[in-house]
Ligand binder design. Structure first.
Ligand SMILES: Cc1cc2nc3c(=O)[nH]c(=O)nc-3n(C[C@H](O)[C@H](O)[C@H](O)COP(=O)(O)O)c2cc1C
Length: 361
């Protein structure tokens, strides 16, 4: 369905991909403890995050260059999320303009910020996100420099595409994808191109590396906090000892994440660290989590262990690749249905009834 270099860009992790694998292994190790009999004839998945109500504890997380899966994929992801009653997080590295994402569909749009070395540009983007009505900003902190994506290096995956014979052969073997890209034009990182001009670099990671600010610290998060009027989330935390800094910087929530195994190879899984974050935050932060979540029972495990919602990256990208918006909607409804079955079988009527006694590590 996708040429090798595109599949690998999405599917791959960093280095030996030990963390990519660990994300699944750690979730699979956890066992659920169902309670019965409990009357579960009435069930709801709705949750409240940062003052807004959503239909389930799921968020489509930020992924750069999503239109590599399907033309205008960011807009389709946003519309499908809106349809499902959940938030969509637009990436700084998106292949769509902020204005177009902001007006796609009727749902809640969040914005993921990669702070740039040029702080005036970063602050200008924040201001635009505010003017456009994005509800939440997630600042990604686990990417001061990019991880080593060996699959991208091997495949010579770059923006803009540089065509070599093996790449052309792989694309020719996927005419459906090739036709869509030819018609829509090769995707580019719109916001990055707008801010800095079209970037020429051997890999996507290299493009970002040229511009990303490796000097972000809690002081700078505090500065951005003061500029952003609505909920502020820090994405990419794995060390619970940083929680007190997040709280004193005035952050509202965090995403416990290893970036889907794409940054520090060998990093711990986010689900393993969740209980320590719950203990450290003592109810003062909204706890979101991502990296490896694929099923309704995965979501149930995170909720039972104290997360408020789960973000996903690859599942909805691969859904997009199989059929655009209807396929993304189908993926979301499968996840909702799996969560509904999981909660019914566990004796859980509403998301607030999940408790730690429902899991065995
Ligand atoms: C293709 C791809 C692009 C991504 N781009 C971004 C990005 O631009 N900003 C960001 O904060 N995270 C990015 N991520 C990380 C995701 O937001 C998320 O942390 C990760 O995908 C979650 O793991 P999962 O894919 O196993 O669900 C990206 C992930 C993928 C797979």
């Amino acid at each position: 369905m996708l040429p090798r270099m595109v599949f690998d860009f999405i599917d791959g992790g960093s280095g030996s991909e030990a963390t990519l694998l660990e994300n699944r292994t750690a979730l699979d190790r956890i066992r659920l403890v169902p309670s019965a009999p409990i009357d579960v004839s009435t069930r709801t998945q709705s949750v409240n995050l940062f003052g807004k109500s959503y239909s389930m504890p799921l968020i489509i997380g930020p992924t750069g260059l999503a239109a590599i899966t399907w033309p205008k994929a960011e807009l389709l992801l946003a519309a499908a999320a809106g349809q499902a009653g959940i938030p969509y997080v637009m990436s700084t590295a998106a292949s769509a303009r902020m204005e177009d994402v902001a007006s796609a569909g009727s749902g809640s749009k969040w914005f993921q910020l990669y702070p740039f070395r040029d702080r005036a540009i970063t602050q200008n983007i924040l201001r635009r996100a505010d003017d456009l009505g994005f509800d939440v900003v997630e600042i990604t902190v686990d990417n001061p420099i990019p991880g080593t994506r060996l699959r991208d290096n091997r495949n010579g995956f770059s923006v803009p595409f540089v065509w070599t014979l093996p790449k052309l052969a792989s694309v020719a073997a996927h005419p459906g994808w090739a036709m869509k890209m030819l018609k829509a034009g090769a995707p580019r990182m719109e916001l990055v191109s707008e801010a800095f001009g079209q970037q020429e670099a051997p890999t996507i990671a290299a493009v970002l590396q040229q511009q990303l600010d490796p000097a972000i610290s809690w002081d700078y998060i505090k500065t951005l906090r003061d500029l952003w009027p609505r909920a502020l989330v820090v994405k990419g935390m794995l060390d619970p000892s940083q929680v007190r800094h997040a709280i004193s910087a005035g952050v509202d929530g965090i995403v416990i994440s290893n970036h889907g195994g794409r940054q520090l190879d060998g990093a711990v899984s986010s689900i393993e660290m969740l209980p320590e974050f719950v203990a450290e935050s003592g109810g003062r932060l909204t706890l979101l989590i991502d990296s490896g979540f694929r099923t309704g029972t995965d979501i149930a495990k995170a909720l039972a262990m104290g997360a408020h919602a789960v973000q996903i990256g690859r599942p909805t990208l691969f859904a997009s690749a199989t059929g655009g918006q209807p396929a993304i909607e189908r993926a979301l409804s499968l996840l909702r249905n799996e969560l509904d079955i999981a909660q019914a079988l566990m004796g859980v009527r509403s998301m607030s009834e999940f408790t730690p006694r429902m899991v065995r590590l």
